[in-house]
Design a protein around this ligand. Structure first.
Ligand code: NAG
Ligand code: NAG
Ligand code: NAG
Ligand code: NAG
Ligand code: NAG
Ligand code: NAG
Ligand code: NAG
Length: 443
C-alpha cells in the first residue's frame, strides 16, 4: 500500500517530465516515451500514461520537411492486409499520412523491410512505391548470416527526430498489442548516428556481402565507452545506440548484447525487465543450441550481489512451452544465497469476441529494461537468435548525475520506474487483471 501511496505523490512530478526539453547543451533535444495499450485494457489511475504510438508516429510524419526513413520487419498497416477490424483505423490513418507525405508533400520516403515471403507479400510498401514514390529495399538476412530477419522498428525523420521501439508497421501494434518505444526530437547528433544504422540496412539490402571493415562513414564515436552527453534541465544523460548482429556493427558501434550485459552487470540494486520472449537458447536452430548468455548474467548479479531481478515475460496463445521451463528455472534460484528473483507473465486478455478473433494480437510485445542506473529500450526478444543473426537495435540512457545529486525525483529518467512499478503492483494487487503468476501458466 505504501508504494501505491508514494506513487500517487510522485506522479504529478514525474508524469510529464520526460517531455521537457533538453537544455542548450546539445541543441534542443527532447525525448518522450510512447506506448500502445491494447484496446480496453484499463490501467489503474495511479499508473502513468504516455503518449500513444499512433499519435507519436502521426506527429513524426507531420513534422517531416524532407525525408522519412523507416527500418521495418513486415507491413500490415491496413485492415485488409491481414484482418479487417474497426480498430485498424489508426494503422490506416498512418498509412494515408505516409501516402500524402510522399505524394503531396514531396517528402522522400526510404524504406528497408525484411525480405518478403511469397505467402505474405508487403502490399503496403508496393502501394507506397507506386503512389508515394517511396524507395523500398528488402533485406535478406539469411543470405549473410545463414538465418535471421530484419526485426528493427525504427522511424527517422529529417535525420533530426526518430522513433525506436517494439511497434511493428502493423495496425495491431497501435491498438491491439502492448508496445513501448521512445521518440527523440530535435536531436541531429543522435539522429545522425541513427542514420548510420539505417545506412547499414540500406546498403546491405543491395549488397552481396558484408563489408569488412565497414567504410568510415558508417563508423561512430557514440558508444558505451563514449556515450553522447545530453542535458535535460540540470540532468546530464549518457546516451547511445546499440546494434545487432555483430557483423552489422561498424567501427565504434556497441553490439546490442554487449550493451545488455553491461547494463545488467553494472546494476547495484535492481534489474527490471519486460520482454516478450525469453529463452537461454538459439530458438530457431536445429539441433537446439543452448545460449545462457543473458540468463547467466542475471543469475550471477543476483546470486553474488543480491541485485533484485524482476522479469515480466509475455504469455499468449503462441508462447512456446519451453519458455516456462526457462523462467521457472530462473525463478528457482530465488532465495539461494543472495538471489532475489521474481518472474511474472503478462497476459493480455481479449475483452470481446471480436478481439478474440484478431490473429496474433492481444499480447505484451515490448522489450525494455530498467536498472538502478540505466534505461534500455530494444527491439529484440531475449533469445540467442536475436543477438547472433537477426538485425535489431537498442537505445541506452543513463542519467549521469544520479550519484551526486541524490534526489532521484529530479530525474525524468524516473518516469520509467513508476511505469514499471505500476505493472509490478498490478501483478500483486489485481491477480485476475492481466498478469498471471508463473505457476498458473506452467505446463
Ligand atoms: C473497448 O474499446 C472500444 C474502443 O475504445 C470501445 O468502443 C468499447 O466500448 C470498449 N468495450 C468495452 C467492453 O469496454
Ligand atoms: C494529394 O494529391 C492527389 C493527386 O495527386 C489529390 O487527388 C489529393 O486530393 C491530394 N491530397 C491532399 C490531402 O492534398
Ligand atoms: C534469401 O537468401 C537465401 C540464401 O542466399 C536464399 O536461399 C533465399 O531464397 C533468399 N530469400 C529470398 C526470399 O529471396
Ligand atoms: C526543467 O526546466 C524548465 C525550465 O527551466 C522547468 O519549467 C521545468 O520544471 C524543469 N523540469 C524539471 C523536471 O525539473
Ligand atoms: C559473477 O560476477 C562476478 C562479479 O560480481 C564476477 O567476478 C564473476 O566472474 C562472475 N561469474 C561468472 C561465472 O560470470
Ligand atoms: C519474438 O517477437 C516476434 C515479434 O516481435 C514474434 O513474432 C516472435 O514469435 C517472438 N518469438 C521468437 C522466439 O522469435
Ligand atoms: C553544443 C554542444 O555542447 N554540443 C555537444 C553535443 O555532444 C557532442 C558529443 O558528445 C559534443 O561533441 C558537442 O560538443
Amino acid at each position: 500500500m505504501k508504494i501505491i501511496f508514494l506513487l500517487q505523490l510522485l506522479l504529478p512530478i514525474l508524469g510529464s517530465c520526460f517531455l521537457n526539453t533538453f537544455s542548450a547543451d546539445n541543441s534542443s533535444c527532447s525525448a518522450s516515451l510512447v506506448e500502445s495499450i491494447p484496446e480496453n485494457l484499463t490501467y489503474p489511475i495511479f499508473s502513468i500514461s504516455h503518449q500513444s504510438t499512433y499519435k507519436a508516429l502521426a506527429n513524426l510524419i507531420e513534422m517531416a520537411s524532407h525525408t522519412i526513413e523507416i527500418a521495418s520487419f513486415y507491413w500490415t498497416l491496413r485492415g485488409i492486409d491481414i484482418y479487417s477490424d474497426p480498430s485498424a483505423w489508426q494503422g490506416e490513418d498512418i498509412f494515408k499520412r505516409l501516402i500524402i507525405a510522399g505524394r503531396n508533400r514531396s517528402i522522400s520516403l526510404r524504406i528497408v523491410q525484411n525480405i518478403e515471403n511469397t505467402r505474405q507479400p508487403n502490399e503496403d510498401t508496393r502501394i507506397l512505391t507506386k503512389d508515394a514514390f517511396a524507395k523500398v529495399r528488402s533485406l535478406n538476412m539469411t543470405k549473410f548470416m545463414g538465418s535471421g530477419i530484419l526485426h528493427t522498428k525504427m522511424w527517422l525523420v529529417d535525420r533530426t527526430h526518430f522513433y525506436i521501439g517494439s511497434a511493428n508497421l502493423d495496425w495491431r501494434s497501435l491498438t491491439q498489442v502492448k508496445e513501448l518505444g521512445a521518440v527523440i526530437y530535435n536531436c541531429p547528433t543522435l539522429a545522425n548516428d541513427m542514420g548510420k544504422l539505417f545506412d547499414v540496412y540500406w546498403y546491405m539490402a543491395a549488397a552481396d556481402s558484408i563489408p569488412k571493415p565497414w567504410p568510415k562513414e558508417y563508423s561512430t564515436k557514440i558508444n558505451s565507452k563514449t556515450p553522447l552527453q545530453l542535458g535535460l534541465n540540470d540532468t546530464k544523460y549518457d546516451i547511445y545506440l546499440s546494434s545487432s548482429p555483430p557483423p552489422f556493427c561498424a567501427d565504434g558501434r556497441t553490439v546490442d548484447i554487449d550493451a545488455i550485459l553491461k547494463i545488467i552487470n553494472s546494476a547495484k540494486k535492481f534489474v527490471y525487465i519486460a520482454v516478450m520472449d525469453y529463452s537461454p537458447a538459439i530458438v530457431f536452430s536445429y539441433p537446439s543450441v543452448y545460449w545462457p548468455v543473458i540468463d547467466n548474467a542475471l543469475r550471477n548479479v543476483s546470486f553474488t550481489k543480491g541485485v533484485k531481478i524482476r522479469l515480466l515475460g509475455s504469455s499468449w496463445a503462441h508462447t512456446k512451452p519451453s519458455m516456462f521451463n526457462y523462467l521457472n528455472s530462473l525463478q528457482a534460484l530465488n532465495g539461494a544465497k543472495k538471489a532475489d528473483i521474481q518472474v511474472k507473465m503478462f497476459h493480455v486478455p481479449a475483452f470481446t469476441p471480436d478481439q478474440e478473433d484478431i490473429p496474433f494480437a492481444r499480447v505484451n510485445h515490448n522489450k525494455y529494461m530498467v536498472t538502478d542506473s540505466t534505461g534500455y529500450i530494444g527491439t529484440s526478444n531475449w533469445s540467442g537468435d536475436y543477438f547472433i543473426s537477426t538485425a535489431g537495435l537498442g537505445l541506452i540512457f543513463k542519467p549521469s548525475k544520479v550519484q551526486q545529486s541524490g534526489d532521484l525525483r529530479q530525474h525524468c529518467y524516473l518516469s520509467f520506474f513508476p511505469y514499471f512499478l505500476s505493472l509490478s503492483i498490478l501483478s500483486l494487487s489485481f491477480p485476475p487483471f492481466s498478469i498471471l503468476s508463473l505457476s498458473e501458466n506452467s505446463v
